[in-house]
Design a protein around this ligand. Structure first.
Ligand code: CDP
Ligand code: MG
Length: 708
């Protein structure tokens, strides 16, 4: 989903909890003390051939073409091509790293199975779409650049050209393409990759692609071939949905993985991961790399800092260490760094979110440390709030994580949970469509003339979530009624923006308040990753140097002030300026690109440009036009109540309004820790709310009691 209504778990607790100890403390795993007696566990089924290697593997350098030929999928190239040729829909299952994503599109291309169209391969994550496209371009050789034959499209970034035939794109982007061409005529082959991830966009795409294929047959136009790929899935469920299509299993190669469980539960799973790492570090040869699974940027950076610091301690045993992190919010050059090899006698440690579960494969991993947690999007129709919550992974995820240690040779996985905690985990992950805010999906489907309640979903979302989405679209003026078959003209304009409909509405109303410039900036900044850097040990200093930008109206206007200042300084001084003010240069530049694209959509929607200069009331009013349902009122000392669902909330400590108590605040982020916090705030006046959203106020029986 595209909105930023959902930033997660506070970092505060992790940072304070995480004091650096002078020495790692021992952690006990099943198998009692010392090196535990390994329990061999087979991964994913019984029919895979097991080959055991001696403990030390040093892969000689081999050419990229040789690497391709060594992939399990290569052995089955011809058989696979034959099956692909014969079936219009096909499921391909194969272990992570067997070559599905990088090789199969190339095979199809070389065999000319795509004829005159393109091969589109969808990925749930941008990092996967980008890294795979780069890898495939490199494999193709002849100095080929990404954007030639092989390209990628992710939100706000299109690296394709008229020559592109193999196109990797996020599922969200393919969905947007479908809004403009329901039949996806650009493609003759569509590969829905990582289908098990069941992101909201993948699930919608399943239905869209299935429908496009059917209509193309009926209309007797160029047929569409659909391939569904994954490392793990409920084949029967998928096959049934895709008209009982055939499934093929790629015979892969996996090695046994020794699984260890902790002897007792560890609430502080981050600390336990650090300790487990140093236990391995002391014992394992230096070329045995380690992959640690945690949940998100702040945890990952905090643990990376811990490991780097502790590894330098004189009394800590083990070779040199290079620590890499991998998470979605990271600049892509840093993401790409995890694929680099490290010097000899240096251990590589990668700390990753679930990205490394199945989307990307990093060679050389011998040890996996599985923190057992994941950040998942959840939406509660009863509270109206959507947030990313840290929760236990499913058993299926836990097996995928363990599998990362057994790709090149036998490996080990240290689970930071007990066996009984493992047994209590859900078998598989609940599809996102059944737990997320559906308003973006609802508007996108309606732009294609389909109502979300009648859409052919593989697993239907809860009816109340669909109704909640339509209620919101109605309040925003995008539909006339809850069972509307079409968007209103305003709704059609809203659907053109790759944004949460609430943000699109702000942009579309901004010209009434003469603040299109400022709205574009704020919405772009909210759509990019955070531009503020707050290093754990310099948080106060960072806040102090940025104090001059702080607006009494709150975070959105503070962000606007930062952006304005950034834009006014010369290009040569930008890097220093960002460094000085703890601003993430890359993210602010990315926000500027997003801004340009949104501006372009505004232009094509005939929205004249305008600026409110220093009159921030105009911008504050414009924000209300889309975000009136995200307002909280001061209830009693520091405690707020959301107007919509009457939830008790507090101002997040990182907000520029922390410590103040304005009467009415509009919010764009919800953070759930022990309490529910709001950040991304703007103070507003109650008369404005009544003027701008009278129907909402009336129908929700809202009385704004406090004045700001
Ligand atoms: O899709 P699947 O998990 O089956 O495998 P893949 O992504 O096609 O990757 C096949 C192999 O290509 C991996 O084992 C990696 O060694 C390599 N690869 C790489 O080196 N760099 C990338 N960005 C992607 C893949
Ligand atoms: Mg893959």
């Amino acid at each position: 989903m595209d909105s930023k209504y959902n930033i997660a778990h506070s970092s505060k607790s992790t940072v304070t909890k995480f004091q650096i100890k002078s020495k790692p403390i021992p952690i006990l795993f099943s198998g009692k003390n010392g090196p535990p007696s390994p329990k061999k566990v087979k991964l994913n089924g019984d029919d895979k051939k097991k080959i055991t290697f001696s403990s030390k593997i040093l892969q000689p350098k081999i050419s990229i073409q040789e690497q391709r030929r060594k992939l399990p999928v290569f052995q089955q190239r011809n058989k696979l091509l034959d099956i692909i040729k014969r079936h219009k829909t096909l499921i391909i299952l194969g272990e992570t790293g067997s070559g599905k994503t990088t090789q199969i599109p190339q095979y199809i291309y070389s065999a000319r199975l795509q004829e005159n169209g393109k091969i589109g391969i969808t990925q749930p994550r941008r990092v996967a779409a980008i890294s795979v496209a780069m890898r495939v371009a490199q494999e193709h050789g002849n100095g080929m650049e990404v954007g030639d034959l092989v390209g990628y499209t992710v939100r706000f970034e299109d690296v394709t050209s008229s020559k592109t035939k193999i196109k990797y794109l996020t599922d969200g982007m393919m969905l947007r393409e479908a809004m403009f061409d329901k039949l996806l005529m650009e493609y003759t082959v569509i590969i829905l990759d990582e289908a098990h991830e069941r992101t909201i966009h993948t699930d919608v795409l399943f239905g869209i692609v299935k429908r496009a294929q059917k209509i193309r047959i009926e209309k007797k136009v160029t047929p569409l071939k659909i391939i569904i790929m994954s490392a793990t899935m409920d084949v029967d469920h998928f096959s049934k949905y895709f008209n009982d299509c055939q499934a093929v299993y790629l015979e892969g190669r996996t090695y046994p993985v020794n699984i260890f469980y902790t002897l007792k539960p560890h609430d502080d799973y981050q600390l336990a991961c650090v300790n487990a790492f140093f236990k391995i570090h002391k014992e394992a040869p230096p070329d045995h790399d380690v992959l640690i699974f945690l949940t998100g940027q702040e945890e990952i950076e905090s643990v990376a800092h811990q490991i780097r610091t502790l590894a330098k301690e004189p009394d800590v045993e083990g070779p040199m260490v290079r620590v890499f992190s991998l998470y979605a919010a990271q600049p892509s050059n840093q993401q790409m760094a995890v694929f680099q090899t490290t010097p000899t006698n240096t251990r590589k440690v990668i700390i990753s979110t679930n990205i490394a579960e199945t989307s990307v494969t990093i060679a050389g991993i011998k040890y996996v440390i599985d923190g057992g947690m994941v950040k998942a999007r959840t939406f509660h129709p009863s509270t109206g709030l959507e947030l990313l919550k840290i929760q236990r992974i499913s058993q299926e995820q836990s097996w995928q994580r363990a599998g990362r240690a057994g790709r090149d040779s036998e490996g080990s996985c240290y689970r930071i949970y007990t066996r009984s905690q493992f047994e209590a985990m859900q078998k598989s992950t609940v599809p996102e469509i059944q737990r997320a805010n559906l308003n973006s999906v609802a508007i996108q489907l309606l732009a294609m003339g389909v109502h979300a309640l009648t859409f052919d979903f593989m697993d239907k979302p809860p009816k109340e979530a669909v109704v909640a989405a339509f209620e919101q679209l109605k309040m925003l003026g995008a539909v006339e009624s809850l069972n509307a078959a079409h968007l209103t003209p305003l709704g059609t304009k809203m659907s053109k923006f790759p944004l949460d409909p609430r943000f699109s509405k702000v942009l579309l109303s901004a010209h009434q308040f003469s603040c299109v410039e400022e709205s574009l900036t704020v919405i772009a900044l909210l759509s990019a990753e955070s531009i503020l850097i707050s290093p754990p040990n310099k948080r106060e200093l960072a806040q102090k140097v940025r104090q001059k930008f702080t607006s009494g109206y709150g975070d959105h206007i503070t962000l606007l002030n930062i952006y304005r200042e950034f834009n006014s300084i010369g290009q040569n001084s930008r890097r220093n300026w960002c460094h000085e003010h703890y601003i993430n240069l890359r993210n602010i530049l990315h926000a500027r690109e997003i801004r340009n694209q949104l501006e372009e959509i505004c232009r094509s929607s005939d929205i004249p440009n305008s600026s409110c200069g220093s009159n921030m009331d105009q911008l504050r009013k414009a924000l209300i036009t889309g975000l009136f349902m995200n307002v909280a009122e001061l209830h009693r000392d520091r405690q707020y109540i959301t107007l919509d669902k009457k939830q008790t909330v507090f101002i997040h400590p990182s907000s520029s309004l922390h410590g103040q108590q304005p009467g009415l605040i509009l919010f764009t982020e919800v953070v759930q820790t022990s309490k529910c916090y709001l950040r991304g705030l703007t103070t507003i006046e109650s008369e404005w709310l009544q003027d701008i959203a009278p129907e909402y106020i009336r129908t929700h029986n809202i009385k704004c009691t406090k004045e700001s």
